[in-house]
Design a protein around this ligand. Structure first.
Ligand code: CO
Length: 135
């Protein structure tokens, strides 16, 4: 794991949350992107070495909508940058962590991503991410 790449925060409403985080972080949102496969809108803010990713569900039954229903708005996941996502997935699987999907998926912000089951990390949803070089 190289560093915390971003922290994902589940929000109900971008109209409200994007300007609020711009004010809080004192930096403009630099990218809004829809991830079709996850049915979410994402909004990114740079904060030094790390980013904040806001997540809004496009589907009332989607993972983010269900998360907010269960736990309310708030921190959804922590994403760690890795240099070789497949190697890191293999290492973690061998160490007993459950991967939520067997192959890296295309994620927001030009990344390959893989999520680990939160029950293996004291309730924290962990994302591995690696910059996509193929674009
Ligand atoms: Co993320």
């Amino acid at each position: 794991m190289l560093r915390v790449e971003h922290i994902g925060i589940a929000v109900k409403d971008f109209q409200q949350a994007v300007p609020l985080y711009e004010k809080l972080l004192n930096t403009p949102c630099y990218q809004v992107e829809t991830v079709e496969t996850e049915q979410v809108n994402t909004a990114f803010f740079r904060q030094g070495e790390t980013k904040i990713e806001l997540l809004q569900s496009l589907d009332p039954d989607g993972v983010i909508a269900r998360f907010i229903e269960k736990k309310g708005e708030g921190i959804h996941h922590i994403a760690f940058e890795v240099s070789d996502i497949r190697a890191e997935m293999a290492r973690l699987q061998a160490a007993g962590f459950k991967l939520l999907h067997p192959d890296p998926k295309p994620g927001a912000d030009n990344k390959w991503v893989c999520f680990l089951h939160p029950k293996d990390a004291n309730g924290v949803l962990v994302e591995l991410c690696q910059e996509r070089k193929d674009l």
